[in-house]
Design a protein around this ligand. Sequence first.
Ligand SMILES: NCc1[nH]cc(CCC(=O)O)c1CC(=O)O
Length: 319
Amino acid sequence: MTEKALRLGTRRSKLAMAQSGQVADAVSQVTGRPVELVEITTYGDVSREHLAQIGGTGVFVAALREALARGEVDFAVHSLKDLPTTQPDELVVAAIPVREDPRDVIIARDALKLTDLPRGARIGTGSPRRMAQLNAYARTHGLDFETVPIRGNVDTRIGYVTKGDLDAVVLAAAGLNRVGRSDEVTDFLSVDTILPAPGQGALAVETTADNADLIAALAQLDDPLTRAAVTAERSLLAALEAGCSAPVGALADILTDGQIVKEMRLRGVVGSTDGSTLVQLSTTGPVPETHEAATALGRELATEMLAQGAAGLMGERAL
Ligand SMILES: NCc1[nH]cc(CCC(=O)O)c1CC(=O)O
């Protein structure tokens, strides 16, 4: 007797298919049930408009959530950095698996590193967060390059470099790992240079709040330390009243003494896209053991950042 397959709603993009496929295998293993991928086309996949104008990457999430709410699929996998910070009551993030490499990377022509790029080099990124920090880095390190707004999936963005339109593009290491293209990276950017987006590198496995059995099964894939970290990062983003297209970076990491987990450090940054102003702060505290404690850490850092003028930098939107 075979049990009925669980239906996993996914976007059709290579990245979405890769991460859904990986989670499908893991879910199949813990439940003993087959998992079937159900492709969902989202408005964001068909629209040529700039995402910042149509409400950010939240559009990708919305269609998956509607399919969940209609009962067409049993669960869905999101890139956590694309999830809005408000959680609908009828849905639950049942698992946040161990985070992948959170760093941003560049893929540049001629295997160049960021600091090797010649004066006037053109670097493609549609992210105000990446623009702000790259431009700030250039200003403080005597470099000179131009950030060029681009959009598109991983293949399209890498294509700007291979076709010779741009000198480099910025991407997330995690996405490249998932689609098997991390060997094309020419420079892994230190998080001290570019703080990643809140939640970058992590996945969220979401299902409906009324599905207790599936919530319990999916919980086996949850990594509590990743959950605590991304909860703090997203709380910072929410408290700054910023969305996924705001120039905000955040990363929580665990400070260890040998093998022993000591504390959690949360770093946050907000900046003007030209890099002329950055507000960058960090805070350290006990590793949060509850959702409330993780949320409080993010909120406290946001309060300090707002006191240093963060709010004035948030109104900016990418072209
Ligand atoms: N904004 C698009 C997006 N959403 C998630 C990832 C992959 C990285 C991740 O899962 O955090 C990417 C691509 C990128 O930023 O290069």
